[in-house]
Design a protein around this ligand. Structure first.
Ligand SMILES: Cc1cc2nc3c(=O)[nH]c(=O)nc-3n(C[C@H](O)[C@H](O)[C@H](O)COP(=O)(O)OP(=O)(O)OC[C@H]3O[C@@H](n4cnc5c(N)ncnc54)[C@H](O)[C@@H]3O)c2cc1C
Length: 514
């Protein structure tokens, strides 16, 4: 053992960073080491890609996030496909496929386009920053309501979530009015059509700073606390457990190919929706539910051209700025048709500049009036939908190779039909569909919201991996976080929820550690 810390955090995405922030705010004297397999891709570390003004600099940072094997060719290939519809040939910039062959073949009964990011800040440097609060059936019934609300408020604080990231533009007003007239009458109070809350700070000059690890870690980065260290290019190969108690972890310095051991009183694994389960497997921690109940939002997209009459009416109603895109700080918008029990899908309507998926050059000819009307549909959590880990074969990092089984149930197909009907109404209310660009369900794995693989539960009955504070059943000192802990079928983008669970876990650990 070469060193000893109080808490080891594995993974530097939004979940690991939020855990570190709240733990350090609560117990600043604790020695906290955060390890991250990927490299630092920005300076200062953890800056969201949308804050990088230089196209080439951003592109290089994206490609360095795409796993091992950075090369000039990879930069050129990524340049050629910026804003590509995830159709199997290429992962989105900043991400890499779990199984490139499954993606190329569009293999059925798996998540063919499941993708990950490996960099300081994780996917949280590449995300759209949509932070809708979950509601109704999405919530975990056995988490105390007041404690959940406090966790959610904490999560919104550390992610700097605001509904006012963009001023409402003329086109934005047209979208809000048209969708509100169509849906508000059937949506509950507080869950009506509105601007999407986004993890974003509006700077004094009115431009935006999108939340990456820099924002979430906050002062931990700016005034380096001697008690906190973020170590990049450091893979956690295994958590070490003796007699049911965590003792530390085996780490590998990927730049020097050296392996060493760190002693720790507690480990928080926040390695994303798939690799947290992978780390547990590699550590010999293999509860029955590990990797099971895996579910990814089913994603339905469909562009709409806004009727010019809506735009004219909005312009006549009040003095609003016009939308501005294709510049360094586009003035666009993201709009939200919230999930509720009577409307159990998540609607997200985005101007093209904000959408992580593009719809192609013909539609862009109608620029100014096109929005993507996207729906995330809950996927029924079932034990047979799962990620398995090979005891012999290894992935690009030398960790147990993953193999995913995932199929749609009858309930899932019904959900798609519900969303398609709502989407058709939304498109008609906004104006019209875009000829040549029909509505379509994206290949499975596209939403990048892999939930359930380390799900929480009320008791250790074999259907969960951890308790409501992420504490892994039967292993003292080991907790998990990330989208994998979400046990319910959800429609809302999961990061806010996962961060809320992580800050609850951090507060619980802070209260427990000596
Ligand atoms: C294009 C795009 C758009 C998105 N839009 C949204 C959105 O609008 N709203 C939303 O809620 N979500 C969105 N997401 C998803 C969101 O980014 C993730 O939910 C979020 O980043 C998950 O946070 P995390 O910390 O759990 O994992 P990650 O951000 O994935 O970070 C995990 C980190 O752990 C590291 N790691 C893994 N294994 C190990 C190991 N063994 N040792 C050391 N390090 C390890 C990885 O390298 C990675 O950097 C989007 C994602 C993308 C790519």
């Amino acid at each position: 053992v070469t060193e000893s810390v109080d808490v080891l955090i594995v993974g530097s995405g939004p979940v690991g960073c939020a855990f570190a922030r709240v733990l350090s705010e609560t117990r600043p004297e604790l020695r906290v080491l955060m390890v991250e397999a990927g490299p630092r891709v920005t300076e200062p570390p953890g800056v969201h890609m949308k804050n990088i003004r230089d196209d080439r600099e951003r592109l290089v940072a994206q490609v360095r996030s795409q796993g091992p094997g950075f090369s000039a060719e990879a930069v050129e290939a990524t340049a050629a496909r910026t804003r590509q519809v995830p159709d199997g040939r290429f992962a989105r910039p900043g991400t890499f496929y779990v199984d490139p062959e499954a993606a190329a073949e569009q293999r059925p009964n798996t998540l063919p386009v499941a993708a990950l990011s490996s960099n300081v800040g994780g996917m949280g440097l590449h995300w759209t920053c949509a932070c809708p609060a979950p509601a109704g059936d999405e919530l975990v019934s056995y988490v105390d309501g007041a404690e959940w609300q406090a966790g959610l408020a904490d999560a919104q604080r550390v992610l700097s979530v605001t509904p006012d990231a963009f001023p409402v533009t003329i086109e934005g007003r047209a979208v809000l009015d048209a969708l509100g007239a169509e849906f508000d009458g059937e949506l509950p109070e507080g869950r009506r059509v509105q601007a999407m809350p986004l993890a974003c700070r509006v700077k004094p000059d009115g431009t935006r700073h999108w939340a990456g690890a820099d924002v979430i870690l906050g002062e931990l980065l700016t005034s380096p606390a001697p008690a906190f260290e973020l170590r990049a290019e450091t893979l956690c190969c295994a958590v070490l457990v003796e007699g049911g108690q965590v003792t530390g972890a085996r780490l590998r310095d990927l730049s020097a190919e050296a392996t060493y051991t760190v002693a720790a009183n507690a480990v928080f694994a926040a390695c994303d929706g798939l690799r947290t389960a992978q780390l547990l497997f590699a550590s010999g921690v293999r509860p029955r539910a590990l990797g099971r109940y895996l579910n990814d939002h089913i994603q339905l997209i469909g562009p709409a051209a806004i009727d010019t009459r809506h735009i004219a009416r909005a312009a006549a109603r009040e003095a609003l700025p016009a939308r501005r895109e294709h510049d360094l700080d586009p003035l666009v918008g993201v709009f939200w048709i919230p999930y509720s029990d009577g409307h159990p899908v998540h609607g997200q309507v985005m101007h093209l500049d904000m959408s992580p998926v593009t719809i192609g050059p013909r539609a862009e000819a109608l620029a100014g009036r096109i929005v993507d009307v996207a729906y995330f549909i809950p996927k029924e959590p079932r034990p047979g939908d799962r990620v398995r880990f090979s005891p012999t074969e290894l992935d690009v990092y030398g960790m147990p190779k993953m193999q995913i089984s995932h199929a749609l149930s009858e309930r899932d197909h019904a959900g798609i039909a519900t969303a398609a009907a709502l989407q058709a109404r939304a498109i008609a209310a906004l104006g019209s569909a875009v000829p040549g660009y029909p509505s379509r369900v994206l290949p499975a794995g596209s939403s990048l919201h892999y939930q359930g693989a380390v799900r929480m539960g009320q008791t250790d009955d074999g259907t969960s991996v951890c308790d409501v504070y992420g504490r892994v059943w039967g292993v003292r000192g080991l907790a998990v976080g990330g989208n994998g802990v979400i046990p319910t079928a959800t429609g809302s983008n999961p990061t806010l929820t996962s961060v809320a669970h992580a800050v609850r876990a951090a507060r619980r650990l802070a209260a427990q550690l000596p």
